[in-house]
Write a protein that binds this ligand. Structure first.
Ligand code: PRP
Ligand code: URA
Length: 209
């Protein structure tokens, strides 16, 4: 069974409260999504392997540690996942970025794929899938299946807000994928929106509707 990491840092909880607020406009919403992704990046990279190196400080030679060349790939699910990419890249500038385009059919709520472009050595990389919302889990689960079909083996999922239903689906269909989530909300409504949630993440980031 995968591990569910629920964020408990006051900065993350505070910023999530701000993006939930319907009065928060697109500019501030985008800035906050970027900041939350950056804070969550810190948690999701906690277990990256380190190696010892020798360096010279202005005072002496010393042994210290650096990240052991682990190659990362960030995979935002279009559109809303795009809002999380810059925050992640500001801490891991060498990460490659692939894109998976999916939308949720408004009638069936099933994910429909329309775009996929991945780094060519995806099988060698530690992959972090980015999407602010984990509602039914259909989109994230389908994106992870596409990644596995294309060779990815080491995958994490990072979301800002999730519903218990989506988490259950993810853990059942991809028990090897650890989930990093800002908050676990109460439930889904009849339109499969997260309650209380934040509404439509893509529309709020891009100002569409
Ligand atoms: C939203 C969200 C997720 C998906 C979550 O995207 O960004 O990708 O819904 O729902 P699910 O867990 O029930 O699949 P949407 O389909 O609205 O597309 P968009 O990002 O292009 O607006
Ligand atoms: N997609 C969103 O953007 N928000 C939800 O609450 C559910 C799916």
């Amino acid at each position: 069974m995968s591990t569910l990491h629920v964020m408990d840092h006051p900065l993350i909880i505070h910023k999530l409260s701000l993006i939930r607020d319907t009065k928060t406009g697109s500019k501030e919403f985008r800035e906050l999504v970027k900041e939350i992704a950056m804070l969550m990046c810190y948690e999701a990279t906690r277990e990256l392997p380190m190696k010892e190196v020798e360096i010279e400080t202005p005072i002496c030679t010393t042994k210290t540690k650096v990240i052991a060349g682990k190659r990362l790939a960030l995979i935002p699910i279009l559109r809303a996942g795009l809002g999380m990419v810059d925050g992640m890249l500001s801490l891991i500038p060498s990460a490659r970025v692939g894109h998976i385009g999916l939308y949720r059919d408004p009638e069936t709520f099933k994910p429909v794929e329309y775009y996929c472009k991945l780094p060519k050595d995806i099988e060698k990389r530690e992959v972090i899938v980015l999407d602010p919302m984990l509602a039914t889990g259909g989109s994230a689960s389908a994106a992870i299946s596409f990644l596995k079909e294309r060779g990815a083996v080491n995958i994490k999922l990072m979301c800002l807000i999730g519903a218990p239903e989506g988490i259950e689906v993810l853990q059942k269909e991809h028990p090897d994928v650890d989930i990093y989530i800002g908050a676990v909300d109460e439930k889904l409504n009849d339109h499969k929106y997260i309650v209380p949630g934040l509404g439509d993440a893509g529309d709020r980031i891009f100002g569409t509707k």
